[in-house]
Design a protein around this ligand. Structure first.
Ligand SMILES: CC(C)C(=O)C(=O)O
Length: 519
């Protein structure tokens, strides 16, 4: 069960719009093929009600209604009525799984609590709503008030409850404890269905889910990108890989759709995926040390089961001071460029020098580096920013006046936008439009400001573009907007070189689109 839309939204600073919730729900159920989704908590807000209504209307038409769950409280009849109004058919009822919570938060006795739970279950039943029950703080309950917690499970086992959901609410369990508690509970209640809901406070959520699965959990809860309260929940992407590779269970989730959904959730949540996050992070399929690329060339020595293609991704070889010739060769291969041995040595040396200066080198920078190092003018700079005037003032929108040099001809335009770079891009678009041409789509824009608080430090802007092929360009300047404009100028030359038709004599140097720039 994926709870990105409920617990994931409990990440500090995250709030999804109803339309975003609907888009994510559709992808989770129809593209990824997750079995169940939890989409909201009852009573939260009008917006939340609208979000759930949108999802249930769509789910009803597609036959997914019983896969859409809503968390509700022991407050009969309020949560059940809210869920009914939202058009949902499954209530995940939040009860107290530890005596500590019951006594100090609800200030009730077990008898009172059980009787109120029963009242909610009966009311939901009358309304045709199926009930699962969460035992909040279950992990603490098993540690500190086991008799109460087991009594509650026993009580629920005799109620019309479909699933009993066991949360490690504070993410405090070790894998060993998960194993012990599941063995105990499953042997005592062999006919009950138990879900496990992990949190990641000790970075153990994946290991804990694995133990739960291996020792009798019938369902597991995840969130995309591991979003969720505090340190988050068990990340869907890692859990899918772990279940497939380390257990004998089958999982219906489609691995090759994970990256797309992860990127959409990143965009809607505004929470950047850490570059080293397994499966979905930017760098996790990138080999940096040259020795790895060398090994990949020699009988795939660094092969493991976690291949990028499984997740719709690609192996990359980083360029930097530790990358060495093997990585550079892999990148040249991707670009279809071949170099003589001594040329490769010079280019390698330059990349090491750049690395020493902390500069990041992308695959798309390589032709420029080659051109510069070998002094062969192999990259033709057809396009340059000839001049600009930018305004930034309080109370007025920024404007940019721009002069471009395109194949030796000057083009002037101005535009107003939401920021200086936005204004620049709008002016540029006008120029390209007047030439009947289109610009690539800007997919991502990443600014790194070196730590240290120096206001004159170089800012690095890396822009990712989609022009049929995805590529990145980088600009470096003390001014952030200028750095982005430099990255854009590079992009313009790259696409120009892609479009430019070489004559035969010019095309001897490079093997693919960059061949066009030779000569
Ligand atoms: C609200 C509950 C179900 C929860 O997310 C937890 O206990 O971790």
């Amino acid at each position: 069960m994926d709870t990105t839309l409920r617990d994931g939204e409990q990440t500090s600073g995250v709030s999804f719009l109803p339309s975003e919730k609907l888009q994510i729900a559709k992808l989770l159920l129809e593209e990824l093929k997750v079995d169940r989704i939890e989409v909201a908590s009852a009573r939260v807000s009008e917006g939340e009600l609208e979000g759930v209504q949108k999802i249930t209307q769509w789910a009803g038409q597609k036959g997914h209604l019983h896969q859409v769950e809503v968390l509700g409280f022991v407050d009969s009849p309020v949560s059940v009525d809210w869920i009914e109004e939202a058009g949902a058919k499954v209530l995940n009822l939040l009860t107290k799984g530890s005596l500590n919570h019951l006594v100090h938060q609800l200030k009730k006795t077990p008898e009172q609590h059980f009787s109120e739970i029963e009242e909610c279950i009966n009311y939901a039943q009358k309304k045709g709503i199926e009930v699962n029950v969460y035992l909040e703080d279950w992990s603490n309950g098993m540690r500190n008030s086991q008799e109460y917690t087991l009594n509650l499970i026993d009580f629920l086992d005799h109620q019309p409850v479909k699933r009993i959901m066991l949360p490690d609410t504070l993410g405090l369990l070790s894998p060993e404890e998960v194993k012990d508690y599941f063995q105990l509970i499953v042997s005592r209640f062999p006919n009950a269905h138990f879900d496990f809901h992990a949190h990641n406070d000790y970075d153990l959520s994946v290991a804990n889910v694995m133990e739960a699965i291996l020792h009798g959990a019938a369902g597991i809860h995840t969130t995309v990108n591991g979003l969720g309260e505090r340190a988050g929940n068990a990340p869907l992407e890692s859990i899918v890989a772990v279940v497939k590779d380390f257990t004998h269970f089958e999982i219906g989730v489609r691995e090759n759709k994970i990256f797309r959904v992860s990127k959409l959730v990143e965009q809607f949540s505004g929470q950047h995926i850490p570059a080293n996050k397994p499966v979905v992070g930017e760098n996790v399929f990138t080999q940096t040390a040259g020795i790895h690329a060398d090994g990949d060339n020699k009988k795939n020595l660094y092969f493991n089961d976690l291949m990028p293609e499984r997740f719709g991704r690609q192996r990359k070889y980083a360029l930097g001071k530790t990358s060495g010739k093997a990585n550079i060769l892999k990148n040249l291969e991707e670009l279809g460029i071949s170099l003589e041995k001594d040329e490769l040595t010079k280019v390698t040396q330059r990349i090491i020098e750049l690395g020493d200066k902390k500069e990041r080198v992308t695959t798309e920078d390589l032709p420029y580096i080659i051109s510069d190092v070998l002094q062969n003018n192999s990259i033709s700079k057809h396009i340059s920013i000839e001049g600009y005037h930018m305004t930034h003032s309080k109370g007025l929108k920024p404007t940019v006046q721009l002069r471009m040099n395109i194949h030796g001809k000057f083009y002037d335009e101005s535009a107003t936008g939401d920021g200086q770079y936005d204004s620049f891009m709008k002016a540029l678009k006008k120029i390209y439009k007047s030439l009947g041409r289109e610009l690539p789509r800007l997919v991502d824009y990443h600014v790194s400001i070196p730590p240290g608080g120096k206001t004159d430090a170089f800012v690095e802007t890396v822009v990712t573009w989609d022009y049929g092929k995805i590529f990145k360009t980088k600009g470096l300047d003390p001014d952030q907007t200028v750095a982005a404009m430099m990255a854009t100028e590079k992009m313009l030359n790259i696409i120009e070189n892609m479009n430019y038709q070489p004559n035969k004599e010019e095309s001897t140097y490079y093997g693919n689109e960059y061949r066009a720039v030779a000569g």
